[in-house]
Design a protein around this ligand. Structure first.
Ligand code: C2E
Ligand code: MG
Ligand code: MG
Length: 442
């Protein structure tokens, strides 16, 4: 294998082969870059400058696939391409590993973006393994420097790096411009666990309601309460960015309890306004299932607000159920006997066996939105969806499809006799006031 690895060649434009470097020279280091960049930015009044932060996606993979030595060669090649792309008065530095910084001049942001795309394309075509181009995936963050800026060069670099890191792993996007909200967002995510209790007191958690629709009548017949964290005005952090952390640290219980209580308060309020209230489902983290007081506690809260239990559905993910298949059905049975409807959330996301369906005392199965991805196009996916829906219905479950985004999906689900749908096609999760308007209009 090692012998084969050394056959790998790297080329620039015209297939030029780089020798294996004994001591690779990756060009300027960061200290030199800062000093020179500072000079250029401060001295030249005319051109706009921008900092570009460059990083290869999953570079560890390159090292793993082709070996460390070849990994070094790839980095050297990246450095060559980046360096070759520079114009007069521009700089390139190696930050370490697969990370680089460029100082570029530009006229307009659009032109700067095009240039970054061009650099990316040159890189994508410059690495050759056995005559085949290796498609390097990368991310670039851009910070356009304001000519009146008083920021230090280090702060500017941080902003470019932040823009680059803000591109999610799963995104198709590979270039991102820095925006102030990214920094606020990053600050907001610091020490989340320690900030939970004060944030609960400050009422920083807000509920968005996402309607669920009956596929036959197209009427809203329920909704799901989804939490968001308003850390400061204008910053709304989605649950995916704090719930897993709170779950891992065991601090999720007070938050879920708070959301449950807020939902009870909202339903009470709507009832008093004479609105036709529909059931609201609330997510329950697996941590609750080990609390002996869960049933009594939730019963007490619901009674305090005078909310009929059938209006309060509890959603448990299939992964939580699979974690303890013996104990959890017992806990769920107690909740069901108390009168709370139960549903299995994200069913089919990949954690459990179908057998589980026979032991679970839930009335509803919510199909994971993964089923919606290709369901309309592929026959195999349609067959899977058709049979899952049929199976669940034959077993007596109500079936809700999650993540429904297109008309074609709605038509297919109707044809497959799925009961309900939740997704952007019908409505995104809505702030309380907007949701109230839909309720009032019913
Ligand atoms: P979930 O319970 O499965 O909620 C559905 C998620 O799918 C929501 O994401 C919703 O915004 C999103 N969604 C709905 N329709 C569509 C669609 O058509 N397309 C796409 N791409 N997405 C759609 P959200 O609000 O970010 O919540 C993520 C997860 O965070 C929830 O998944 C739930 O597991 C968890 N979560 C939310 N609120 C709470 C809470 O109060 N307590 C606990 N323990 N978990 C919560
Ligand atoms: Mg849910
Ligand atoms: Mg779900």
């Amino acid at each position: 294998m090692e012998g084969r690895r050394t056959e790998i060649a790297y080329c620039v434009k015209s297939q030029e082969v780089i020798d294996s470097p004994e001591r690779p020279d990756f060009g300027w280091n960061i200290a030199k870059f800062c000093a020179k960049a500072n000079e250029l930015i401060r001295e030249s009044a005319a051109p706009n400058y921008a900092i570009l932060s460059f990083n290869v996606k999953h570079f560890l993979l390159v090292n793993e696939l082709f070996g460390f030595q070849n990994g070094n060669r790839v980095i050297l090649q990246i450095h060559r391409v980046l360096n070759n792309s520079l114009h007069d008065g521009e700089l390139c530095a190696h930050l370490g590993g697969d990370r680089f910084l460029l100082l570029l001049r530009y006229e307009t942001k659009r032109e700067l973006e095009k240039r970054a795309e061009h650099i990316g394309r040159s890189l994508s075509h410059s690495i050759l393994f056995y005559g085949t181009h290796y498609k390097l995936e990368y991310r670039m963050g851009l910070f356009a420097i304001d000519s009146n800026s008083t920021l230090s060069i280090e702060a500017m670099m941080d902003r470019a790096i932040l823009a680059q890191k803000s591109i999610p792993d799963t995104s198709q996007k590979f270039i991102s411009f820095y925006e102030d909200r990214m920094r606020l967002h990053q600050l907001a995510k610091k020490n989340m666990k320690d900030r939970l209790l004060p944030a609960l007191k400050n009422q920083e958690f807000v509920i968005y309601y996402q309607p669920k629709y009956d596929l036959n009548t197209q009427k809203m017949i329920g909704s799901e309460a989804l939490v968001r964290w308003k850390t400061e005005p204008g910053v709304l952090i989605p649950p995916g960015e704090f719930i897993p952390d709170f779950e891992a640290n065991g601090v999720i219980v007070p938050l879920d309890r708070y959301i449950f209580e807020q939902v009870c308060a909202d339903i009470r309020h709507w009832m008093e306004l004479g609105m036709k209230v529909v059931p609201v489902s609330v997510n329950l983290s697996r941590a609750h299932l080990y609390r002996p007081m869960l049933k009594t506690d939730y019963e007490r809260i619901a009674r305090r607000y005078g909310v009929p239990f059938p209006l309060l559905e509890l959603e448990l993910t299939e992964s939580a159920l699979a974690a303890n298949p013996k104990k959890i059905p017992k806990v769920m049975n107690r909740l069901r006997r108390a009168g709370f409807p139960l549903s299995i959330d994200d069913f089919g996301a990949g954690y459990s066996s179908l057998n589980m369906l026979t032991d679970i005392p839930a009335g509803t199965v919510k199909l994971d939105r993964g089923f919606m991805n290709h369901s309309v196009n592929s026959e195999k996916n349609q067959a899977l969806l058709r049979n899952i829906i049929r199976l669940c219905k034959e077993m007596g479950f109500t079936v809700v499809a999650e993540g429904v985004e297109t008309k074609a999906q709605v038509q297919l689900l109707k044809a497959l006799q799925c009961d309900m749908a939740q997704g952007f096609y019908f409505s995104r999760p809505l702030p309380k006031n907007d949701y109230e308007q839909i309720l009032a209009a019913q």
